[in-house]
Ligand binder design. Sequence first.
Ligand code: ZN
Length: 438
Amino acid sequence: MNKVSLHTVLMTMLVVFAGRGVAAEPGSSRPAKPTSDGVWKAGVAQVDITPSEPVWMAGYEARTNPAAGRLQPLYAKTLALQDPAGKRLVLITTDLVGLQAKFTDGLAFMGCGADANPLPRRTVELCQKYGRQLADAVEAALKNELGASTWVAFYANDVMAYIPSLRVLQEGGYEATITSGELAGSCWGPQTEENIIHKVHELVAKVRGAAENASSRKLRVVVFGAHPDDPETGGGGLIALLAKAGHEVIAAYMTCYRGDRQIGNEPEAVVRRREAAAACQILGAKPHFFDYAHEKLMADAAAFETVSLWLKSIQPDIVVTHWPLDTHPNHHVTGSLVWQCYLREGTWNLYFFEVMTDQQTKGFRPELYLDIETVREIKQRSCFRHESQKPDSFWVVHEEMHRRRGEECGVKSAEAYFLVEARNGRPLLPVSFLPKKK
Ligand SMILES: [Zn+2]
């Protein structure tokens, strides 16, 4: 660790991306040999995680007060490696003695000064909560940012986490005191782990930015639904968040009418396209309508060709569509057509959403949760533009889904998604997904 001014708020990021043939092999100081089929890439970054408030330090068992100063800043650091085949490994290290990934009933705490530790039991509970959250957040963020196949390893020992004291080491001391959970004490202030969680997210965002070498690039995302109201109900929160961040979102609708059905004095297609266009305007998306009647939409070669040509023409970065296991044939067919395009020629990443879960979407196993509370009202307004579809009743069902998915990830309202896989070099949805609570 370098000596740095103690008062410096250091947010230095070091990012190195190796060009062809100049990357380092992992575990070796020798430069990698150039390969004919690709290169190793490496990215490193660090952020300052020095607590802003005094915390309890390791090392002096009889200490009765928190740290009184700082000798040097503490960092979280990461190294990301990618081999020529696109496999990735990410290592994270923190200047802490330990971060426990999973807590159990046999929880033990670092007990430095614990006999005189004035922190109340509530603080210990906060530590448990944020410790688990930290581990989950790190894992989810890394998988989201760097690919679902990214392997995340945590070093964990039987202490929650504590700050090693440099003075102890300088004075020939040792770092070993651990006592069990009946001691009502902890080394963390209530804000410390929250701060670290925030910093780790920041760190990962920086690594991802370097990996793509285009962190500010605006993406084109297609949210592909069967009917007017499917992209809005399944992914309205996502669309609103993406649009707010400046990304281009296209809501695609495969079928807007059945036969020659009328709504009022107008053809159904006219009404439903008008409603969808109004809903898109609220969300900040552009609509695209295919001209299939409900009863004519099949997952056949002609429909595949139509969808495939359209996707090729607009070249999306990401497509989000119906989970194909769905009781509504139009949902099932739409999800299947997009899935076929993805398998055969997709140059984009594919996610699935759900609609009317258990009534329509079946067997959905989401892995990514999106807190939509800040845009829930926008989503609601867009859904209510589908006046011909009894929005009062379908909104109630989706509100129930928001609560259910929210409970699963620890927020009030959430949408849930499933990423098929992270295709090498292709962007992932630029939102902060939450993991499922264990
Ligand atoms: Zn539908």
